[in-house]
Design a protein around this ligand. Structure first.
Ligand code: 17E
Ligand code: FE2
Length: 419
């Protein structure tokens, strides 16, 4: 007897039943003969490990237009606008907005979230609030927090002390923003400080790195060098790295070799960087993304994040991870058959590597019963259709159900499947 059986799911083009017992996946088979205390039909739709949001800002979410809109659309007006809004943060305000987005995440099958939280605030209001939210929602979504010094680790008053305080309070990951420090030297030094704190507090690193179109912004090489010298590899993540899209090929080729040695993770945020970057260009206008396809072709781990949902940097969004995957297909020209499939992996399995949770992630017997049903035939189809997640199972419990849209045309049902 199983606690739950999800019948008639599709896994790699095979029909499968998924049996759940004691919060774990206990069986995956073409047909499970026993009964379940609860049984649900997937109606032939795809089963998948849950989506993972590997880069979001939960403290800034749902503040778009407060106190003003970002009219230039630049990263810098975003930072200035957030600084204005930050002055009026309260614990309740941050908790309410972050909870709202995390509920959208869970409802859409996003069960692991890594969020940056701004530590350049003498009161650390958002840090305290998000630590509480991480705890209150832990049965629904697994949240990791990154201590992110938005206004500079070395350029903001007491930036290092504030970040360190956040780590002592329980923030999971060390962040940085080297390209936004006041000088290049401070930027390079900030990378070293981040690695020192990571060693001291035994935490992984995830830095906003080279988020600019300036081809002279070369802090990724500093991160790779530290990762190689300290043998940290997969515990290090470089987020954004959009300047990599503006480096000349001779430098990019050399750097790629170092990155292969370093084996660090990359997070690209295609929805946001396709809009934030290239703003000083007339035409031709750069895409402003890192070299997602080339990193992937070189065997490096790349995941995709949303970055923002309705805040000063990006005023749209719902948190549905198929949206950044869909944008990556277009903006990174990942249009080949295996490339589209890879974009799905970038919001699931690759993101699990970025978050360091591979051991407890995946649709396989023995793993925690966290999985989703998507209204699609396969990964390709999920991205093509921006398909709805119709069922979300977390810890062996059905936590969310969505009725997929049904359309009729002149009284006849219309299906968006190929046949
Ligand atoms: N802060 C930053 O420096 N860069 C971003 N893309 C966001 C916040 C969203
Ligand atoms: Fe970010």
């Amino acid at each position: 007897m199983y606690d739950l059986i999800v019948r008639r799911a599709r896994i790699a083009d095979e029909r499968c039943d998924i049996g759940v017992q004691g919060g774990r996946i206990a069986a995956i088979a073409p047909e499970i003969p026993e009964a379940g205390a609860r049984e649900v039909s997937a109606e032939g739709r795809m089963a998948s490990a849950p989506f993972i949001e590997s880069h979001i800002h939960l403290d800034t979410t749902l503040t778009a237009g407060e106190p003003k809109w970002n009219e230039s659309g630049t990263l810098f007006e975003g930072i200035e606008t957030w600084a204005l809004r930050k002055a009026s943060l309260t614990r309740e305000d941050v908790m309410r907005r972050a909870t709202r987005l995390l509920r959208w995440h869970a409802a859409q099958g996003v069960l692991h979230v890594r969020s940056h939280v701004d530590t350049t605030d003498p009161n650390l209001t958002a840090v305290k609030a998000l630590l509480e939210v991480r705890e209150t929602l832990k049965d629904l979504v697994d949240v990791q927090l990154v201590a992110f010094p938005q206004e500079g680790l070395l350029s903001y008053p007491n930036g290092v002390e504030l970040l360190e305080e956040a780590l002592r309070m329980g923030v999971d990951v060390v962040g940085a923003i080297p390209h936004y420090e006041l000088t290049r030297d401070l930027g390079a030094e900030s990378v070293k400080v981040a690695f020192r704190l990571a060693a001291q507090y035994d935490r992984p690193i995830d830095a906003h790195c080279d988020e600019t179109d300036d081809p002279q912004s070369r802090f990724l090489e500093e991160m790779a060098a530290e990762a190689i010298r300290q043998g940290l590899g997969s515990r290090v993540t470089a987020s954004h790295t959009t300047a990599f899209g503006s480096y000349d090929d001779a430098y990019a080729f050399k750097l790629m070799g170092f990155l292969r040695r370093a084996q660090i993770n990359f997070v690209a945020n295609p929805l946001v960087n396709i809009t934030l970057q290239g703003r000083m260009d007339t035409y031709p206008k750069r895409r402003g993304l890192t070299r997602v396809k080339e990193l992937w072709q070189n065997g490096l781990n790349v995941s995709l994040g949303y970055d923002d949902v309705m805040d000063p940097w990006y005023s749209l969004g719902t948190g549905n991870m198929l949206q950044p995957a869909h944008m990556a297909v277009h903006a990174c020209q990942m249009t080949g058959r295996s490339e589209v499939m890879a974009c799905y992996d970038m919001v699931t399995t690759n993101a699990a590597r970025t978050l360091g949770i591979e051991e407890r992630y995946g649709l396989a017997v023995g793993q925690p019963a966290d999985f989703i049903i998507v209204d699609a035939e396969d990964k390709w189809d999920a991205i093509r259709r921006l398909a709805a997640t119709t069922l979300v199972v977390k810890g062996g419990r059905v936590v969310a159900e969505t009725t997929a849209a049904r359309t009729t045309l002149l009284g006849e049902a219309v299906s968006f499947s190929r046949e």
